[in-house]
Design a protein. Structure first.
Lengths: 385, 388
């Protein structure tokens, strides 16, 4: 065991001198975390913002102005002028506004006489979220008018003259229900957590790749033969490589967890759970990459194979975008350690505790055990040759 | 420049790539995995699934649930409790979940505004789902408010009588419609840019990874031998570029066609999509060749390729949507070809934009392609001719 440790330390020292290890284990994750924090940054500090325009073709009607006042009261909305529907459309097209709300001629009169009405929304195709919000606000306004109209109709005698006081009282009735998003304020935090977790899981495989390629490298460089001549067992040599891989993976992932928590306000969840899952994940990554490396004949090939496993596993495991676990994809997800890790980390990020991640933990440990033992056997054979 | 020789060089490169197991995998098998993933996430033969927990919510709760079930474009599933609902959302089995609380009916009758909790995933489709559900809830609210008002104004003796009056009054009362359309089109467009983002991301990533091949060409001295034959440097360069471009094109075309055929993903205008794939493929080729000529050894190229690919993709809007980029980052994003490609594709998906409508984006892509290929040519020429 002491020999394995010595070899591991030697490898680690070499890796530190070799720039690529530092690059992949430290610079990459920090770099990506910073980029994500930059691209997501304003969303968290400033919150959501949108620019709208109201086209009021309802001469003499007060309802469109009421809507405008409503929009003005929202602090995330900026209002711009638009004289006509055509003007508004071109403003939406070139992105000056995110959406325009159009009230046709005679709108107020039509609504107040109980003949219904129509409000148009013109959306900027590049402003998905802002347009949805505009649509939502307009629908809400329209439904409120419907409610007042129906309330008055349910109470007033048919054919009686409009009673402003009645209308006012109808407007004051509280809504029946309203939707409340779980963790509404955490929406952006959830998004940055998702990216942070996905990135960490994805790069884990590249971080551990170096150590496991070590055996192949030593053989290519001719130092393996010399190592074996020394009074140390082949197992120590292999063990040392594995240990070095494990160390790099663990340090890199831990740094990434801290970096994203600090830079992105990512919420990883229960610390004990995160620690256990990181440990399990690194073990699984070492096992898988070691197995993959033993299938290769040159270091370049090993690197390529690991890249494939990392990207495919990451894709299927949902590190780039959420993958539904239903159907065929859900079944093959079990083979991907990234998939297990994503499930486990997301469970923790949503507030789960250690007990909730037993399934993913067992999954990654199983993968670690199976791949690790096969890799061990194959490495022994490779070294013995 | 001898075109026949250039094509021969391209052919040799392609053959080398496909004979090598990893190369063949990347070019042919990998796109199908991407297609599967994109199709599953963004295919249109796919109705968002919503889970509902409504135990103990009474008659009115049942009404609300029926309203959601009747909504077009929603596939509603019942759940027994909040925890299993939440887990299902996290696991991606459903897009979102709604919890109608216990005692909803009683609380409504007593005049309370009852909160309905929505659990959604932190991606775009979650927002759209919330908007749809919100609309249904507000619609139900119309009737309930009228009933409450009737009771308050003594026009009805009980809440149920109020509901009856409201329903009777609703008979002859048209409601106010809200019609949305996208600027530049006659109807509402599809908004999800996810498929575009992933296509660009993976086309670029594969191009950069495949560039390791060029490095091995240099290492094995193949290029030097090619130069020793009566072949101009220009021919060799064109040949290398053509080989790489073919790879990038195959990727892009396979993904687009595969997602359309297998999952009915809607890419909008075919001409625009084709042009974006062609031009972005050129840009990716140029970038791959620049990287290939700059890096020292193959193993480094693999990791660097993935790293650069992901960094540029993140900066260019392939992960976080461009829409929520802060202004400075938005400008930086447009320093990458990715942002322009994504915007052109988004316009195509949203409003079926023809190439003339996205002309600016296409011209910029062409400029990027030209610039990158030019730089690559200069760098490669130097490394090929100045042999150490």
């Amino acid at each position: 065991m002491g020999d394995a440790w010595t070899i591991a330390m030697k490898d680690l020292r070499r890796r530190l001198r070799d720039r690529t290890a530092v690059l992949v284990a430290l610079v990459l994750p920090f770099g990506l975390a910073s980029i994500f924090s930059l691209t997501l940054g304003d969303v968290e500090s400033q919150g959501f913002e949108a620019t709208y325009a109201v086209v009021d073709r309802d001469a003499g009607g007060h309802l469109p102005s009421e809507f405008e006042e409503l929009l003005e009261s929202l602090d995330f909305v900026t209002l711009r002028e638009a004289a006509s529907e055509e003007a508004a459309e071109s403003l939406a097209d070139d992105g000056t506004i995110d959406a325009a709300i159009v009230f046709p001629d005679g709108f107020t009169e039509q609504v107040q006489s109980g003949r219904g009405g129509e409000i148009g929304v013109i959306a900027d195709p590049d402003a998905q979220i802002a347009s949805l919000v505009a649509e939502s606000l307009t629908t809400s306004f329209a439904l409120n008018l419907d409610a007042v109209g129906l309330s008055v109709a349910a109470v007033a005698e048919p054919g009686s003259p409009p009673d402003d006081a009645l209308v006012e009282r109808a407007q004051a009735v509280a809504p029946a229900a309203e939707i409340r998003t779980a963790d509404a304020d955490d929406r952006s935090a959830s998004q940055s957590s998702f990216f942070a977790i996905g990135m960490a899981v994805f790069f884990l495989f590249f971080a551990v790749e170096f150590g496991v390629r070590g055996l192949l490298e030593e053989r290519e460089e001719g130092t393996l033969a010399r190592l074996l001549v020394a009074p140390i067992s082949p197992s120590s040599v292999i063990g040392g490589k594995a240990l070095a891989s494990f160390a790099v993976g663990l340090v890199s992932t831990s740094l990434l967890v801290f970096a994203t928590t600090w830079l992105l306000d990512a919420r990883w969840g229960d610390p004990l759970g995160v620690a256990l899952l990181v440990l399990g994940g690194v073990l699984a990554a070492v096992g898988v990459t070691a197995l993959v490396a033993t299938l290769a004949t040159t270091t370049a090939q090993a690197g390529a194979y690991v890249s494939i496993v990392a990207v495919v596993g990451g894709l299927l495991g949902g590190t780039f975008f959420p993958i539904s676990q239903a159907g065929f994809l859900g079944t093959i997800r079990f083979l991907s350690p990234q998939g297990w890790l994503m499930e486990g980390f997301q469970e923790l990020a949503y507030g789960g505790a250690v007990a909730d991640i037993t399934r993913p933990l067992l999954g990654v440990l199983a993968i670690a055990a199976v791949t690790g033992s096969i890799a061990w056997v194959r490495s022994q054979r490779m070294v013995a040759r | 420049m001898n075109l026949r020789k250039a094509l021969a060089i391209a052919g040799v490169n392609l053959r080398r790539l496909t004979r090598d197991k990893t190369g063949a995998f990347f070019v042919f098998v990998f796109p199908f995995l991407i297609i599967l993933a994109i199709g599953a996430a963004f295919g249109s033969g796919f109705t968002p699934k919503v889970g509902i927990v409504s135990t103990g919510s009474g008659v009115l709760g049942g009404d609300l649930r029926a309203g959601l079930e009747a909504t077009e474009g929603l596939d509603v599933q019942a759940f027994g409790d909040v925890d299993s609902l939440r887990t299902a959302v996290e696991r991606g089995l459903i897009e979102g979940g709604i919890v109608i609380p216990v005692g909803y009916d009683d609380r409504i009758r007593q005049g309370e505004t009852v909160p309905i909790v929505a659990i959604t995933r932190p991606t775009g489709s979650g927002q759209e789902l919330e908007t749809t559900v919100s609309g249904v809830i507000d619609e139900q609210s119309v009737r309930i408010r009228a009933a409450r008002f009737a009771v308050a104004e003594d026009a009805a003796a009980s809440f149920d009588e109020g509901l009856a009056r409201a329903d009777a009054a609703a008979e002859g009362l048209p409601d106010i419609a809200v019609t949305t359309r996208t600027a530049g089109a006659a109807s509402a467009g599809t908004f999800d840019t996810g498929a575009a983002q992933e296509l660009i991301l993976f086309m670029f990533l594969t191009s950069l990874s495949a560039s390791a091949m060029l490095i091995e060409t240099r290492r094995f001295g193949v290029s030097t031998r090619m130069l020793a034959s009566p072949t101009s440097v220009r021919t060799i360069l064109v040949g290398e570029a053509l080989g790489r471009y073919a790879i990038a094109l195959v990727q892009g075309v396979l993904i687009v066609i595969g997602t359309v055929v297998l999952f009915r993903v809607d890419w909008g205008n075919p001409a625009t999509t084709a042009l974006v794939v062609l031009l972005f493929g050129l840009a990716a080729t140029g970038a791959a060749m620049v990287m290939g000529s700059v890096l020292q050894n193959a193993s480094q190229a693999g990791a660097m390729g993935v790293f650069l690919g992901l960094v540029l993709a993140a900066l260019g809007g392939c992960m976080v949507p461009l829409e929520i980029f802060p202004p400075l980052m938005y400008r930086i994003a447009h320093l990458t070809p990715h942002a322009w490609a994504i915007e052109a594709l988004s316009d195509s998906i949203a409003v079926d934009a023809a190439p003339s409508q996205v002309a600016t984006d296409l011209w910029v892509l062409a400029a990027y392609a030209t610039a990158l290929l030019a730089v690559a040519t200069v760098l490669l020429r130097r490394t090929l001719t100045v042999r150490g």
